[in-house]
Write a protein of this length. Sequence first.
Length: 404
Amino acid sequence: MRVPTWAGVIAAAVAVVVGVAPATYGAARADALPSACVIVKVQPGANINSIAAANGATLSEGDSAARLYCIALPGGANPRALAALQATRGVAYAEPNQPVYLTQAQQSSRAFYQGTITSGDYANQFALNRVGAATAQSISAGQGVTVAVLDTGVDLTHPALAVNLVPGYNVLQPNQAPADTPSSIDSDNDGQVNDALGHGTGVAGIIAAVAPQSRIMPIKVLDSEGMGTAFDVMEGIRYAVNHGAQVINLSLGMDSRSTAVAEALAYATSHNVVVVAAAGNTGTQMPLYPSGDPNVLTVAATDASDCLAPFSAYGTFINVTAPGVNIYSSYYNDDYALWSGTSMATPFVSGEAALLRALHPNDGVGVIDARVEGSAVPIDALNPAYAGDLGAGRIDLPAAVSQP
């Protein structure tokens, strides 16, 4: 896989569904943790309560299996407080619990439209034809493969998803279902609410269209504004791995690398779970994390002509591209909508990974990744200004599932 140089560089993307999880995965809360909270990993045998007390901090939540905790420092997550925390005996590392968000806000193209889209538009759209979904499904339909969608949640009653959904988890409010629902909280402070409502449902719908016999595990790590934290994503990844996911979709991003998230991605790879991440909608060579992480397949977005979408990030960290402009998919309240973004390109590749995993259950992550890249259609000739920055090219599902 191509790996970017993270010299202060940036990072990436976001997804979710049903069920109640064990208490070890966090305490219920109304919205994202305050910025004063920091992520702390403790050394084996260290006591987080003692560490918090030594720094005048308050324990917010934790994952004891990962030895990771969020604590609220009295003066906030400033460099001096972080340095003092890092120097505390028993601390392996400390880092800000940075925001995670949907990349739609960076988009210059139309990101969303809802109102007149039908189930027929969804089932017969150009994007599915472009990647050869119907032909590939005659060979593999993703039978029995579980794909975790870490996002805003999923419409749990949507007819397009009814046969695919399996129990998931709500990281933000563990005692509630991981449903894609509206809220009255403007958590991104842009003067509007529910900016990202339906996003997770849309991502799940694309996976279901590509791999109709796959199982979709919704894991809610973002609110209806598309906001969450690095700790939320870390928890979501580990939950997915520990509860049988074989593929994880991350159509979300953050501005810099998180060690806690990077360790969770490595944990996924060590358990043979394929992770697919959106490149981000920066329209530049600047990646959003976790795109470009060595443990993910990074996806850029193309249009109906296999040309790079104007909003899509690009660069040597890209592995493949997939359709991401004017994509029809399921939406909140049993409806359908039109979306654009690398968020929508990513689930095409997650669906492809499900098709391949069903055919090759014993393949390692690296082999599945190589099958995705090795079967892609080169598109550099169609995108001379981006030659070398679009990975192996646009995915080709029939070619992928036809490999021995």
